[in-house]
Design a protein around this ligand. Structure first.
Ligand SMILES: Cc1ncc(COP(=O)(O)O)c(C=O)c1O
Length: 489
């Protein structure tokens, strides 16, 4: 057990005291209403709130419209969080609201049983997803973690093998079933004394060229290509060597059911791997007879400027997981899989009271109608470029901006103290986030060193809102560079 024998020290370190909470509230930039609501909130809800990990104190938001959130004091915030990618079509999208309103007086819930909206949705999902062999089936869940559990269960049942291989830094949920695949020690710590990761799971390094786990390439070699080449050698060694836990070489058998990966690493900081990552995994999966499951819960449905991030590589997968934006704000998830994998299950293999909820399916049909249009996806790519170009200009003025990953409106910014050494600027990142919140801009901070900004605007963000966000970043980066005496020459 990672923290065995130190759990008490660990708990003390992880915990927030009542005094610290009060300090965070009183030092916040909120008005009186905001402070009062925050006190009410934290007098009744758990201290384990994710909002207290993302922000010193999250704004208490009462209303929203498209790309702007409005708190209980009437203060506006530019929304570069989009409910963590859920509100991809903007807050309170009128088309979706209309569908939900109409459906709510026809049929609201029908257990985990068939209804026309669900059937239409399953049909559509099988048509638009790049599943190997072309013939697909669907299974519905409520949350992203549901989809991950369903996929892993189906992969293990179908192959009869236990192991799931995933990348360090991937995020696939925080239930007992999914925690093994979200290899984050800080989160595992909250599950002790039962270690959730003692499941059949193996990890390999994620190929992030800017901080490659394989070091920098020899002079003249491309960082991305080098990183991927090294990953291939690593994974082959993993499987091929006589000492591999995943394969018996002489008899040519494997213990691995599937690769389960995020195409881009989202919760780890919106990190884009080199082109060819999924192709490599597809190639290895085919070579060793295992499945490839891609978790597009965050990257899918237009976020990267294509319907699925997987499409950037032209790869067909054995299973694809979707959730977040799918229900247009209502909870819904789905696994789209090779038909033969889901045909292996008998009746009652899965059930969830709220899965495939009627309102959520109706909203999802509208979401798909919008995000599958090529003009919509092209506009996401254009706005993404617009945002990226604005950030590139900021990078010229602000040495703290070390690297920018961007594909469509999937944008990650890496902050460094020094561009040569790439030393992570974690404290500076925290300072900037706090200042941005004060200035009316919200987004998430993440990254392996807690030094990245994840920009997840609604796909419907206005260009004028992007301009305003860039202005706030410009101002706050200037303040931070003065505060931390970062040389701007
Ligand atoms: C890629 C990915 N997979 C799975 C999940 C888990 O989804 P949920 O929080 O709905 O269980 C998330 C959530 O952030 C995610 O980003």
């Amino acid at each position: 057990m990672l923290f065995n024998g130190r759990t008490e020290i660990q708990r003390q370190k992880l915990k927030l005291t009542e005094a610290e909470i009060e300090q965070r509230i009183s030092e916040s930039s909120f008005g009186e209403q905001g402070k009062n609501w925050a006190r009410r909130w934290l007098s009744v809800e758990s201290y384990g709130q994710v909002g207290l990990a993302l922000f010193k104190m999250p704004p208490i938001v009462e209303r929203a419209e498209n790309d702007v959130l409005i708190d209980v004091d009437g203060k506006e915030y530019i929304d570069l969080l989009a409910g963590f990618s859920v509100s991809a079509l903007g807050q309170c999208n009128r088309d979706i609201a209309e569908v939900i309103k109409e459906q709510s007086i026809k049929l609201v819930h029908y257990f985990d049983l068939p209804h026309p909206e669900r059937i239409k949705l399953a049909e559509k999902l099988t048509q638009i997803t790049p599943i190997k062999g072309g013939k697909a089936r669907v299974v519905f869940g409520v949350t992203g973690a549901d989809a991950v559990e369903l996929a892993v269960r189906a992969a293990r049942y179908y192959t009869g093998r236990p192991f799931i291989l995933t990348a360090f830094g991937d995020y696939h949920g925080v239930t007992y079933g999914t925690m093994p695949f979200t290899g984050k020690g800080g989160m595992w710590a909250y599950f002790y004394p039962v270690p959730p990761h003692d499941s059949a799971v193996g990890y390999f390094p994620f190929p992030y060229p800017y901080r490659s786990p394989f070091g920098r390439p020899p002079a003249g070699e491309d960082e991305g290509e080098y990183c991927l080449k090294k990953l291939e050698e690593y994974l082959e060694y993993y499987f091929l060597s006589k000492e591999s836990p995943y394969r018996e070489v002489k008899k040519d058998i494997t213990n691995v059911a599937a690769f389960l990966v995020e195409p881009f690493q989202s919760s780890a900081g919106y990190i884009i791997p080199p082109a060819g990552y999924l192709k490599l995994l597809r190639q290895l999966a085919d070579k060793y007879g295992i499945l490839l499951i891609v978790d597009e819960i965050q990257t899918g449905l237009g976020r990267t400027g294509k319907l699925w991030a997987t499409e950037w590589e032209g790869v067909e997968v054995d299973m694809l997981l979707t959730s977040k934006a799918l229900g247009g704000g209502l909870p819904l998830s789905a696994v789209i899989a090779r038909a033969d994998i889901l045909e292996a299950w008998g009746p009652g293999a899965h059930v969830s009271t709220q899965a495939g909820n009627v309102l959520a399916c109706a909203a999802a049909n509208k979401v798909l109608e919008i995000v599958t249009k090529e003009e919509f996806l092209a506009e996401v790519r254009h706005k993404g470029e617009y945002f990226y170009n604005g950030l590139k200009e900021l990078q010229e003025r602000h040495p703290l901006i070390g690297h920018i990953d961007a594909r469509g409106l999937y944008i990650g910014i890496e902050l460094v103290k020094n561009r040569e050494t790439r030393e992570p600027a974690s404290e500076e990142a925290g300072f900037i986030l706090d200042e941005c919140v004060k200035n009316g801009l919200v987004f998430e901070r993440g990254g392996y060193y807690y030094n990245r900004f994840q920009l997840i605007p609604p796909l419907t963000i206005r260009r004028s809102t992007i301009d305003r966000a860039l202005e706030i970043f410009d101002k706050v980066f200037t303040t931070a560079e003065k505060f931390f005496s970062i040389n701007r020459d």
